[in-house]
Design a protein around this ligand. Structure first.
Ligand code: RP5
Length: 162
């Protein structure tokens, strides 16, 4: 699909089942992307290098997912001017409320666009990235309009028995 315009980063392999939802959404909209494990705590040098090089490599949006003490999205927002979309990964101990609070309460000056906890948040992160890119890409804007119309059309008017 060519040069990635979206970077999906996550704190651990264990975050991938959640963040895959973002990747699949970008795939559906034909948006080139890459996925990397970049941990704020376990691989801080990798985080720093990724943030340092992201804009220069042609990335336009970063989706960052992490769980627990989820510092990755915020630290990435500190290191790059690219928009960072944060996905709080659901945790076993605290159901992802810990992740949400870690990501959403950024200090003034370094925003992270924080999505819902878990799978819905990951899909919405892909869509939010698409909406940002569509501002300057009419073909993508048309694909996004179609995606949204298809979703609306797939919702039945009446509930069915299971
Ligand atoms: C965070 O710790 C990761 O983002 C992950 O959600 C959580 C647990 O990581 P693992 O112990 O499963 O590798 O840094």
């Amino acid at each position: 699909m060519g040069q990635p315009s979206v970077g999906i980063i996550m704190g651990s392999q264990s975050d991938w089942p959640t963040l895959r939802g973002a990747a699949e959404t970008l795939d559906a909209l034909e948006i080139a992307h890459e996925a990397r494990i970049v941990s704020a705590h376990r691989t801080p040098d990798r985080l720093w290098r990724y943030g340092q090089e992201a804009a220069g490599r042609g990335l336009q949006v970063i989706i960052a997912g992490a769980g627990g003490a989820a510092h990755l999205p915020g630290m990435m927002a500190s290191k790059t001017r690219l928009p960072v979309i944060g996905v709080p990964v659901e945790t076993r101990a605290l159901k992802g409320v810990d992740s949400l609070y870690s990501i959403v309460q950024m200090p003034r000056g370094f925003p992270v666009a924080t999505m819902a906890i878990g799978a819905a948040g990951a899909v919405n992160a892909g869509l939010m990235a698409a909406e940002i890119l569509a501002l300057s890409d009419p073909d993508l804007a048309a694909r996004l309009e179609r995606w949204r119309a298809d979703l609306s059309a797939a919702i039945p008017e009446e509930p069915q028995d299971e």
